[in-house]
Design a protein around this ligand. Structure first.
Ligand code: AMP
Ligand code: ZN
Length: 115
């Protein structure tokens, strides 16, 4: 757990969240400010500040996170109609919380390119 990390505090239960899924290594919860009718964040329990802070030892964790996101997207009914994953990275990537998180966005038509 990293000091002063919002998402570490959510994992620890120190800050409430609307949990969708949890296991030994990942945690998923509804985004507090949804950008789509379905907007879920999937995070590793291990504190990684961003996706590009991961290293070789995190390979299985990242794979697990992505596969669990697929399960969650399917449970939300998004598998057939489609959805979007987003990992904002760094300042110009629009990252505001520096604990790796995968956004699952769905139930509306997405456009490209993103803003
Ligand atoms: P990003 O801009 O990719 O770093 O995304 C951070 C996301 O975290 C935003 O979509 C916020 O709405 C979301 N967020 C911030 N605080 C909370 C919170 N306490 N509970 C749930 N989601 C949050
Ligand atoms: Zn953290």
């Amino acid at each position: 757990m990293a000091e002063d990390c919002l998402f570490c505090k959510i994992i620890a239960g120190e800050i409430p969240s609307n949990k969708v899924y949890e296991d030994d290594s990942v945690y998923a919860f509804h985004d507090i400010n949804p950008a789509a009718p379905v907007h879920i964040l999937v995070i590793p329990k291990k504190h990684l500040s961003a996706v590009n802070a991961a290293s070789e030892e995190d390979q299985a964790l990242l794979g697990h996170l992505l596969l669990k996101a697929n399960d969650i997207a399917a449970e939300q009914g998004l598998a057939d109609e489609g959805f979007r994953y987003v990992i904002n990275t760094g300042d110009k990537g629009g990252q505001t919380v520096y604990h790796l998180h995968l956004h699952i966005l769905g139930s509306r038509q997405m456009t490209w390119p993103p803003g």
